[in-house]
Design a protein around this ligand. Structure first.
Ligand SMILES: Cc1ncc(C[n+]2csc(CCO)c2C)c(N)n1
Length: 223
């Protein structure tokens, strides 16, 4: 069995729970409160700054030139493609680029990126990919699910661009490339190594759920 199928099986329930989260459903139905979306966009912007560095580290750890080049493309795509979506939304809401960058990450956001950066710095290339993959794969699944379930969602004046960006074939092909690379790299690996990779994948799938939940209502800290 391909390793990615095993991973998918492992996180089926948590991904299903994510698909039913009111933030996600709100994006599809178009009735997500705008304050939640602004909170998400700001938190996600600083998340993406750290997440981009995972691709840079992927390039460092790559053992083949072609692999190195795709990680470099992913880094470029995140900084100039995906983050441009966020900058566009920020302009709509009157939030400056500086304000976006100065967003203080909530503790869950910090814990999520620190976990991945720690794995990326101290682990193998296979560990790095297993930790960062739920982020890309789950967004692709969510946006496809939403585009299917709510056929007019991609025309929504506010959330339509979000759905279109993440359900695009371009984003899909990047996720597929990573899935196939991981399948290739894990062929013939012993169970003890696969179990570690599975654990990273499960942990960051849980963080994905927590991220949606964190931005839905926000967190109120006394200081
Ligand atoms: C919390 C959080 N999780 C996943 C993504 C999605 N995402 C992040 S990087 C990337 C690929 C290339 O830019 C994708 C699809 C996000 N934005 N925020």
């Amino acid at each position: 069995m391909k390793f990615s199928l095993r991973l998918h099986e492992k996180v089926k329930e948590i991904w299903e729970k994510t698909h039913q989260h009111p933030f996600v459903i709100g994006l599809g139905k178009g009735d997500l409160p705008v304050e939640s979306f602004i909170r998400y966009m700001k938190q996600d912007y600083v998340f993406l700054i750290d997440y981009s560095k995972l691709f840079a580290l992927g390039s460092v750890k790559a053992r083949e030139l072609d692999t190195m080049a795709v990680f470099a493309k992913l880094l470029h795509e995140t900084l100039h493609g995906e983050m441009e979506l966020h900058r566009g939304y920020a302009t709509k809401f009157g939030i400056t680029r500086q304000q976006l960058e100065e967003t203080k990450p909530y503790p869950i956001n910090l814990a999520y990126t620190r976990y991945m950066l720690n794995v990326a710095q101290n682990g193998t290339l296979e560990e790095l990919i297993s930790a960062l993959l739920p982020c890309m794969w789950s967004y692709w699944e969510i946006s496809k699910m939403l585009a299917n379930k709510y056929p007019t969602a991609s025309e929504h004046p506010l959330y339509g661009d979000w759905i279109k960006t993440y359900s695009s074939n371009e984003f899909g092909s990047l996720a597929i490339w990573l899935i196939e690379l991981l399948n290739h790299l894990t062929e013939g690996k012993p169970e003890r190594e696969l179990a570690i990779l599975e654990e990273h994948f499960l942990t960051t799938s849980r963080f994905e759920y927590m991220f949606w939940d964190m931005v839905y209502e926000g967190e109120d800290w006394p200081v």
